[in-house]
Ligand binder design. Sequence first.
Ligand SMILES: [Zn+2]
Length: 117
Amino acid sequence: MQVILRKVRQTPLDFEVKSNEITFKGYLQYHSGKLILLKANLSGFITKPCDACAEEFKMPIEDEIEFFISDGIYKDDNSIELDVVESFDGTVDVEELLHSEIELIKSDYHNCDSCKS
Ligand SMILES: [Zn+2]
Protein backbone atom coordinates (compact mmCIF):
# COMPACT_ATOMS: atom_id res chain seq x y z
CA MET A 1 0.00 0.00 0.00
CA GLN A 2 1.61 3.17 -1.27
CA VAL A 3 0.60 6.44 0.39
CA ILE A 4 1.30 9.90 -1.03
CA LEU A 5 2.53 11.87 1.96
CA ARG A 6 1.19 15.29 1.00
CA LYS A 7 -2.30 13.79 0.79
CA VAL A 8 -2.21 12.80 4.45
CA ARG A 9 -4.24 15.30 6.48
CA GLN A 10 -5.22 15.75 10.10
CA THR A 11 -7.96 13.19 9.65
CA PRO A 12 -6.28 9.86 10.40
CA LEU A 13 -5.79 7.65 7.38
CA ASP A 14 -6.35 4.06 8.47
CA PHE A 15 -4.38 1.18 7.08
CA GLU A 16 -4.13 -2.53 7.66
CA VAL A 17 -1.56 -4.72 5.95
CA LYS A 18 -0.59 -8.34 6.51
CA SER A 19 2.56 -10.30 5.98
CA ASN A 20 2.37 -14.01 6.66
CA GLU A 21 1.17 -14.18 10.25
CA ILE A 22 1.71 -10.54 11.15
CA THR A 23 -0.94 -7.82 11.04
CA PHE A 24 0.13 -4.19 10.90
CA LYS A 25 -2.84 -1.99 11.69
CA GLY A 26 -2.90 1.69 12.43
CA TYR A 27 -3.10 5.13 10.91
CA LEU A 28 -1.15 7.96 9.35
CA GLN A 29 -1.87 11.51 10.42
CA TYR A 30 -0.45 14.88 9.48
CA HIS A 31 1.63 16.29 12.33
CA SER A 32 3.45 19.51 11.43
CA GLY A 33 5.89 20.85 8.87
CA LYS A 34 6.93 17.89 6.74
CA LEU A 35 6.09 15.34 9.39
CA ILE A 36 3.49 12.61 9.25
CA LEU A 37 2.79 10.56 12.35
CA LEU A 38 2.51 6.81 12.01
CA LYS A 39 0.91 4.93 14.87
CA ALA A 40 0.26 1.25 14.56
CA ASN A 41 -0.08 -2.05 16.29
CA LEU A 42 1.99 -5.02 15.21
CA SER A 43 0.52 -8.35 16.20
CA GLY A 44 0.78 -12.00 15.29
CA PHE A 45 3.64 -14.43 15.02
CA ILE A 46 7.13 -14.36 13.58
CA THR A 47 8.85 -17.61 12.72
CA LYS A 48 12.61 -17.47 13.15
CA PRO A 49 15.49 -19.75 14.12
CA CYS A 50 16.29 -19.82 17.81
CA ASP A 51 19.59 -18.05 18.51
CA ALA A 52 20.68 -20.81 20.86
CA CYS A 53 19.67 -24.11 19.18
CA ALA A 54 18.89 -22.86 15.63
CA GLU A 55 15.54 -24.64 15.73
CA GLU A 56 12.76 -22.64 14.06
CA PHE A 57 10.12 -21.43 16.43
CA LYS A 58 7.07 -19.17 16.46
CA MET A 59 7.44 -16.01 18.43
CA PRO A 60 4.30 -14.13 19.49
CA ILE A 61 4.47 -10.42 18.63
CA GLU A 62 2.42 -7.67 20.21
CA ASP A 63 3.96 -4.28 19.67
CA GLU A 64 2.89 -0.65 19.60
CA ILE A 65 4.81 1.32 17.00
CA GLU A 66 5.00 5.07 16.74
CA PHE A 67 7.27 7.18 14.58
CA PHE A 68 7.27 10.07 12.15
CA ILE A 69 7.74 10.03 8.42
CA SER A 70 9.36 13.10 6.93
CA ASP A 71 8.47 14.19 3.41
CA GLY A 72 12.06 14.89 2.39
CA ILE A 73 15.13 15.48 4.52
CA TYR A 74 14.29 16.01 8.15
CA LYS A 75 15.92 18.96 9.86
CA ASP A 76 15.80 18.94 13.61
CA ASP A 77 14.95 22.60 14.24
CA ASN A 78 13.51 22.44 17.70
CA SER A 79 15.91 19.97 19.26
CA ILE A 80 13.14 17.57 20.23
CA GLU A 81 14.28 13.98 19.86
CA LEU A 82 11.94 12.37 17.37
CA ASP A 83 11.94 8.99 15.73
CA VAL A 84 11.90 9.98 12.06
CA VAL A 85 12.02 7.98 8.85
CA GLU A 86 12.80 10.08 5.77
CA SER A 87 11.03 9.61 2.48
CA PHE A 88 12.68 11.00 -0.63
CA ASP A 89 10.00 10.36 -3.21
CA GLY A 90 7.04 11.83 -1.33
CA THR A 91 5.44 8.46 -0.74
CA VAL A 92 5.53 5.76 1.87
CA ASP A 93 5.02 2.07 1.31
CA VAL A 94 3.26 0.60 4.33
CA GLU A 95 4.19 -2.99 3.40
CA GLU A 96 7.82 -1.95 3.21
CA LEU A 97 7.61 -0.41 6.69
CA LEU A 98 6.07 -3.63 7.97
CA HIS A 99 8.88 -5.67 6.42
CA SER A 100 11.57 -3.53 7.99
CA GLU A 101 9.85 -3.80 11.38
CA ILE A 102 9.78 -7.59 11.00
CA GLU A 103 13.48 -7.64 10.00
CA LEU A 104 14.28 -5.48 13.00
CA ILE A 105 12.54 -7.92 15.35
CA LYS A 106 14.18 -10.90 13.65
CA SER A 107 17.64 -9.36 14.02
CA ASP A 108 17.23 -9.21 17.79
CA TYR A 109 18.42 -12.05 19.96
CA HIS A 110 15.61 -14.52 20.68
CA ASN A 111 15.58 -17.95 22.22
CA CYS A 112 12.87 -20.57 21.81
CA ASP A 113 10.85 -21.64 24.83
CA SER A 114 13.00 -24.67 25.59
CA CYS A 115 16.21 -22.58 25.55
CA LYS A 116 14.76 -19.73 27.59
CA SER A 117 15.06 -21.26 31.05
ZN1 LIG B 1 16.26 -23.05 21.19
